[in-house]
Design a protein around this ligand. Structure first.
Ligand SMILES: NC(=O)c1ccc[n+]([C@@H]2O[C@H](COP(=O)([O-])OP(=O)(O)OC[C@H]3O[C@@H](n4cnc5c(N)ncnc54)[C@H](OP(=O)(O)O)[C@@H]3O)[C@@H](O)[C@H]2O)c1
Length: 287
C-alpha cells in the first residue's frame, strides 16, 4: 500500500490535504503535539481515511530522520506534503528560520534518502514573493543550508533584522518562504534525475486556518482586497491544488512553484510594491 506523509497534518491546510488524499492509501500526519494529531486522526478515519500520527519537530533533523524511516518501514512512500510551519507572529526570527527554512531542508533531504519515485510538495507562501530583491539574502546564503546549517541560520536571522522584533519576525517569515521556493526548485532536477522523485512548491495566499485566526484587521482587509475573490481561501481550496500536483498524472510538472493566492501578488500586492496592476477602472478597459 502507498504511504503518504503530511507534515503539519494535524490542522489547517495539512489536515485538509490528508482528508483529500486517496482513501486507499495510508497517510501519516505529523506535528509537535500529539493531542492535536490524535484528534485529527480520529476525524480523518471517521471520514474513511487510513490515517495514523507521529510526532516530529521538523526543525530537528533526528526527528525527521525517524519519521522518514518509520514511513519507509510501512511501505512505498508516494507523497510527502510538507505543510509544517509557523507564521511571522508565532515566533522569533531564529525559530521561524529553523522551522520554516531548515525544516524544509530536513524534510527534503531525509525523505530523498528513503523514497524511490513519488512526489514532495513543499508549502511556501506568497509572502516569499513580496520582498524586494535587496531585502533577500543572496543565493550564497541560501546555499549554506546545504553545507553549514548553523551558519545558514545565523545569516538568515541577521538579514531579517529590521526595526522592532515584530517587524523582523515578519521579514524572517517572508525570507524563510522565499527560501522554501528556491530550495524546492534546486532539489527538483537532482531528485528527478537520480531517484525519479518530483519536487514542487506551492505558495498560498491568505488561508483561513488556525495560523491566521488572530490575523484580522485593516492590514488583512487591504491584502484581501487585492485578491480576485476579495476573501481568504478555505483550506480545502489549497488542498485540492496540492493533491492534484502530487498526483502521478501531473508527472510532467517538476520544480515549479504554484502561486495560489487568489491573484494578490499578480495584482501588485507586496511589501514595497502596493500598486494595483488591475483595479476597478481596468474592468472597463479593453485588455
Ligand atoms: N494560512 C495561511 O494564510 C498561509 C499562507 C501562506 C502559507 N501558509 C503555510 O502553509 C503551511 C500550513 O499552515 P496552516 O495555515 O495550515 O497553519 P496551521 O493550521 O497552524 O498548521 C501548521 C501546522 O504545522 C505544525 N508545526 C508547526 N511547527 C512545527 C514544527 N516545528 N515541526 C512540525 N510541525 C510543526 C503545527 O502543529 P504543532 O504546533 O503541533 O507542531 C500545525 O499543525 C505553513 O507552512 C504556512 O506557513 C499558510
Amino acid at each position: 500500500m502507498k504511504i503518504n506523509v503530511v507534515t503539519g497534518g494535524g490542522t489547517g491546510i495539512g489536515k485538509a490535504v490528508a482528508a483529500m488524499l486517496p482513501k486507499d492509501e495510508q497517510v501519516i500526519i505529523t506535528g509537535r503535539r500529539m493531542d492535536k494529531l490524535n484528534k485529527a486522526v480520529e476525524e480523518l478515519n471517521a471520514a474513511g481515511c487510513k490515517a495514523s500520527a507521529m510526532t516530529c519537530d521538523v526543525s530537528k533533523r533526528e526527528d525527521v530522520r525517524k519519521l522518514a524511516e518509520h514511513a519507509a518501514s510501512l511501505g512505498e512512500i508516494d507523497k510527502v506534503i510538507h505543510c509544517a510551519g509557523i507564521s511571522g507572529s508565532m515566533g522569533k526570527r531564529e525559530t521561524i528560520i529553523r522551522i520554516n527554512a531548515l525544516g524544509t531542508v530536513h524534510v527534503n533531504q531525509e525523505f530523498y534518502k528513503v523514497m524511490n519515485g513519488g512526489c514532495i510538495v513543499d508549502v511556501a507562501s506568497d509572502s516569499g514573493y513580496m520582498l524586494p530583491g535587496l531585502m533577500l539574502p543572496g543565493k550564497r546564503t541560501y546555499r549554506l543550508a546545504i553545507s553549514d546549517e548553523e551558519a545558514f541560520v545565523q545569516k538568515m536571522v541577521r538579514k531579517a533584522k529590521l526595526g522592532k522584533e515584530e517587524t523582523s519576525s515578519q521579514i524572517a517569515y517572508m525570507i524563510s518562504k522565499n527560501f522554501v521556493r528556491w530550495y524546492a526548485g534546486c532539489c527538483a532536477y537532482k531528485y528527478m534525475v537520480t531517484k525519479k522523485i518530483r519536487v514542487l512548491s506551492v505558495s498560498p495566499g491568505f488561508v483561513k486556518t488556525p495560523m491566521t485566526d488572530a490575523e484580522q484587521g485593516e492590514a488583512t482587509d487591504t491584502m484581501l482586497s487585492y485578491t480576485g475573490w476579495k476573501r481568504g481561501a478555505e483550506p480545502e481550496e489549497l488542498a485540492y491544488v496540492i493533491t492534484a500536483l502530487a498526483d502521478e498524472r501531473a508527472r510532467y510538472l517538476i520544480g515549479a512553484d504554484i502561486l495560489c493566492d487568489g491573484g494578490a501578488v499578480t495584482n501588485g500586492y507586496g511589501m514595497m510594491t502596493a500598486t494595483k496592476r488591475y483595479d476597478e477602472s481596468s474592468l472597463k478597459e479593453n485588455w
